[in-house]
Design a protein around this ligand. Sequence first.
Ligand code: SF4
Ligand code: SF4
Length: 333
Amino acid sequence: MVTMSKVYFVEVKDGIIENLEVLLENAGVSNLTGVAAVKTHMGERKNKTFVKPSHVKRIVEVLKINGGDPFVTDTTTMYKGKRYTAMDYYRTAFAHGFLPSYLDCPVIIADGLKDEAVPVNEQVEIAKSIYDSDAMLVVSHATGHSASSFGGAIKNVAMGCVTKRTKIYQHEVTRPIWNPDLCTDCDKCREVCQFDAITEDHELILENCVGCESCSYICESGALKSPEDESEKLQKRLAEVTHAVIRNLPYSNCIFVNFLIDITPFCDCAEFAPKYISPDIGVLASNDIVAVDLATIELIGKQEFQGDPTVQVREAYRMGLGELEYEVVNVRL
Ligand code: SF4
Ligand code: SF4
């Protein structure tokens, strides 16, 4: 018999704030008791499309009503932006409105001041504060992604619940390929690389390269290009790391909430001005990470993404993280 997961859905026309409580109740928020990590992406500086603090605040309220003791959290980035250190991330989070006084709960950068983590295998280190919680509610902004095609709950867990080292492990597969015949020696790649990973002759130093792709974006001649199979490889690593995180957390009570609002072609690490690949749709919630991401992709439309956005979902299904068969249940007050 085919197992069908339930994915609860509030349509944007019915009002998001008004219906977050009924959405989360249906998804099982009463199971998230004790200290509950509300894992979200609080946006790179100049990004405007991250999940709004007002929505996160309402989620925090609903968790408290249901017996949870929530804190809002994320981890530092592997690239050197305005969230590279915990101190930078606190400044960015507060500037974006994620203030403890507004949210009425602590804001904690989960990997601490210096890579505080619990290693669960050779590659995967779970950020300490997320590991030490009693439950987790993963709040994801559904977006396209230049390398992984789609970013939702799987990507949020894989990239967002771990240390820099585990982020680099996933991004390794996006290291660019350099073609010396096309190189014009403009030096722009060296100017943009934050990891001393390009020699004066513009060759890649593989042991330094974290696969951030800044150089291939800026290279106008086409001398630096992303590997052709990077999307499939990166999506499989996302599923692999998500599996390692979810299976090694000391708790199993997790809910995944995807916001299909301000749906941009890039994730919230991008500083670009908003541009949308779809009109606003609503919010989905489920205790099944596979079903909620697949429902997100199918509501937006698979054709709106670069490449095949379902590789990560099918890989996560293959690893036993959830179901590909789902039923969307509309809810509202
Ligand atoms: S940006 Fe491209 S063309 Fe310019 S030096 Fe680097 S590899 Fe060569
Ligand atoms: S992808 Fe390019 S910019 Fe990023 S670390 Fe590697 S060489 Fe540097």
